[in-house]
Design a binder for this molecule. Sequence first.
Ligand SMILES: *Cc1c(COP(=O)(O)O)cnc(C)c1O
Length: 252
Amino acid sequence: MISLGRDDEKRDGLTGDARTAELSHRLDAVRRRIEAAVAAAGRTDPPRLIVVTKFHPADDVRRLAALGVTDVGENRDQEAAAKSAGLPDVGVRWHFIGQLQSNKAKSVVKYAASVQSIDRLQVVDALAKAVAREQDATGRSDLDCFIQVGLDDDAGAHRGGASPSDIGVLADRIESAPGLQLSGLMAVAPLGADPEAAFEKLAGISEALRATYPAATRISAGMSQDLEAAVKFGATHLRIGSDILGSRPAVG
Ligand SMILES: *Cc1c(COP(=O)(O)O)cnc(C)c1O
């Protein structure tokens, strides 16, 4: 960057601060865990790290980008829209990983490279329409789409996602929409269950999906508590929040 305006001063002021040192330390620890898990699994294809910055300020995204982070995740449109709009000079990819209301699709396609929480047809249709308009207006690239799969049989422990039996219909609809690319599947391990069993099940569902859609190879799985299990069962994307950012500030 050539300009030496206020943004540059601000960035330089941030990247030497105590919070940056803390983030750097935590990020290194997580990167070492991922490396160890990749080695233990005998994998040669390291997963992509998405740092989940929800509830943390835009300045933390700026600090993380300076530390080499290329991908961030957010779960609420209002927060993500504001943060991404405030960081036009920070070249990170934004991933939307939270429950999406159809009426937020128009906003999400303005900043998101991927939506990882697609769990019903209405959301597919809303995103298809919104991304087509955005592509006409700005020429944005296609939206990467992950179908979120619910891995728990017990409705009481439900953490979101489509039933495995609904994935085929969702995948068809995504594939038939010109601006949407079917990337693969996303899941959150059920609370209180063995994450290895959950991610093994997810790997099987992914294999079945790839029989029909060979390009849908991505598996977004693994959070702070269970990234090792996710790497073992083939995660291509990890979504790590609290182990890098620290505990989330209380919501007011
Ligand atoms: C918050 C969140 C994460 C990150 O979880 P941590 O336990 O903080 O690492 C990952 N995926 C989704 C869908 C989330 O909402």
